[in-house]
Design a protein around this ligand. Structure first.
Ligand SMILES: [Zn+2]
Length: 81
């Protein structure tokens, strides 16, 4: 199913950028600027789009395990943002 594969790539492109950043870092020929930009993209992705758990502390003291996107976002509960 190519459609599903594409969405998986769309969800996880940040990991690819992270790998690319490490490669750029290792290959000094490209220069530190490119690696820096790649790392910048990765951090933006982590903060906004990365598939992570909500992680907000609930009233029972546990971490919220609902899925959310990005470290800055929360799950569907407004209080968790
Ligand atoms: Zn939550």
């Amino acid at each position: 199913m190519p459609r599903k594969k594409q969405s998986l790539v769309l969800k996880n492109w940040g990991y690819l950028v992270l790998v690319a950043a490490i490669v750029f870092w290792a290959v000094n020929d490209i220069g530190p600027g490119t690696a820096l930009i790649a790392f910048l993209f990765t951090s933006v992705w982590l903060l906004t789009l990365a598939p992570v758990w909500c992680g907000a502390t609930t009233r029972t003291g546990d971490g919220c395990r609902k899925n959310s996107y990005g470290l800055l976002g929360g799950c569907s509960y407004r209080q968790h943002r």
